[in-house]
Design a protein around this ligand. Structure first.
Ligand code: HEM
Length: 427
């Protein structure tokens, strides 16, 4: 790769440095890169080889739409560098291109459409009400603060997923713990085996290099065994009984990785969006008051919540050929990393991007990706969960305040909140 000299502040930016993310997204670094080094070569410590960062909205769209040049199938979805054998074992739909990706996605695409999800609205509203009532009872005036994550945002998305997968409610806690251990693989509070530890070497063939993946696979296998050949309407039954449109049935490995992807993808991301959005509403009481006065604004405001929260930091592609971009050459085989939060603060797309404005048209946000083949499969489900959560919050909560510092996940993959002490007063 042939990186031209760039302004020192951009050159010094290292997005592989997790310390840069401890206080939240490194907004200043993203701003600098967008302005001065829209294609930025980021060296990495061995055994990795470095990556290109893409930070402008338009470039992120172009890269993620062009899977012939920027493949998801060569290399991994994240910064970790996998050999071909590891890649073959670990690949899910996220790490697949072309016709096979399309067929895998189509297997459940209809089940994640707004129309298919509409019947869950009543269930979701009931679940939200129960969750919020319990949290409000626990944390009113004169009582200890509640942790919004533990009491509200963590439980809710997983309880929905548990319903879709046809799993007993009492297993929800177990799924949360698996998700935390895998996605939090760079945070010593969350993971039992850290990604960059020597111990992780024995788990190199597992997603996230995490032993939790083995437990998820075993759990999925048991569900598959029970449901194979049955008539069930849940997502696991559909995965084991449907044949993808390309006629190639799911192998055991395909099933493992598909099931694990659903457990992980549908859990943390929505949780963190809800936590970030609650924080934004506490920090901007005028916005909270506006939504309380006009709850019909919540549906469009969900897009601003997603833009603001940007819960996924990056995904990676790998160049399949040499390609020129901003006067530099990305070489075949180079890692190319798109930073969604940076695109969500791109001033050429969002006017005054650091203003939280529940009335702005934020539909160009890229929290779910943007128009590429891997656009989040669960985007309609996530939107519905977030909308219903805040429709119920504005109905039930009169005021809320922060009582202490929030704790963040140590990660440059998820922009996560581990704990968020607040007081909520009911109406
Ligand atoms: C606020 C919540 C969520 C956010 C911010 C989010 C974000 C993302 C992003 C950024 C991608 C990759 C897009 C790309 O590379 O172009 C993705 C893919 C995916 N998401 Fe989500 N997601 C969320 C919720 C969910 C939910 C609830 C589910 C399902 C239960 C889900 C399932 C998936 C799947 C299966 C993929 C892979 C799609 C593919 O490879 O074709 N996500 N998500």
């Amino acid at each position: 790769m042939t990186a031209t000299p760039i302004a020192p502040s951009a050159a010094e930016t290292d997005l592989s440095d997790l310390d840069l993310f401890t206080a939240g997204p490194p907004w200043a670094a993203f701003d600098t890169l967008r302005r001065l080094a829209p294609l930025h070569w980021n060296p990495e410590a061995a055994p990795n080889h470095g990556f290109w960062s893409i930070t402008r909205h338009a470039d992120i769209v172009a890269v993620t739409r062009d899977e012939a040049t920027f493949s998801s199938e060569i290399g991994a979805a994240n910064l970790e560098e996998l050999d071909d054998a590891q890649m073959e074992i670990r690949k899910s739909m996220l790490e697949t291109d072309g016709a096979r990706h399309f067929a895998l996605r189509r297997l459940l695409q209809r089940d994640f459409s707004a129309r298919a999800l509409a019947p869950y609205e009543t269930f979701l509203r009931g679940l939200t009400s129960t969750t919020l009532d319990a949290a409000l009872a626990k944390g009113g005036y004169g009582k200890d603060p509640i942790d919004f994550v533990a009491e509200v945002s963590a439980d809710f998305p997983i309880r929905v997923l548990v319903r879709l997968l046809g799993i007993p409610d009492e297993h929800a806690g177990q799924l949360i713990s698996w998700g935390n251990r895998m996605v939090g693989n760079t945070d010593p509070d969350e993971a039992d085996v850290l990604l960059d530890s020597p111990e992780s070497e024995q788990y190199r063939n597992l997603p996230f290099r995490s032993p939790a993946a083995l437990e998820v696979f075993a759990y999925g296998d048991e569900l598959a065994r029970q449901r194979r050949g049955g008539e069930g309407d849940d997502l696991v039954s559909k995965l084991v009984n449907r044949v993808p449109e390309d006629g190639v049935p799911l192998s055991e490995r395909d099933f493992h990785n598909y099931f694990l992807l659903l457990v992980v993808a549908g859990n943390e991301t929505t949780r963190h969006t809800i936590s970030h959005s609650m924080k934004a509403l506490i920090d901007h009481p005028e916005a909270f008051a506006q939504l309380k006065a006009q709850p019909e604004l919540i549906r469009p405001a969900v897009e601003e919540f997603l833009r603001w929260a940007s819960p996924v930091y990056h995904f990676r592609r790998t160049a399949t050929r040499d390609v020129e971009l901003h006067g530099q050459t990305v070489k075949a085989g180079d890692k190319v990393v798109v930073w969604w939060p940076s695109g969500n603060r791109d001033e050429t797309v969002f006017d005054d991007p650091y203003r939280f404005d529940v009335q702005r048209d934020a539909r160009e946000h890229m929290a779910f990706g943007k128009g590429g083949p891997h656009l989040c499969l669960g985007n309609q489900l996530a939107r519905m969960e977030i909308r219903i959560m805040f429709e119920e919050i504005v109905r039930r909560v009169d005021s809320a305040e922060r009582l202490g510092d929030l704790r963040r996940v140590r990660s440059n993959f998820v922009n996560g909140i581990k704990a968020f002490p607040i007081r909520m007063i009911g109406t």
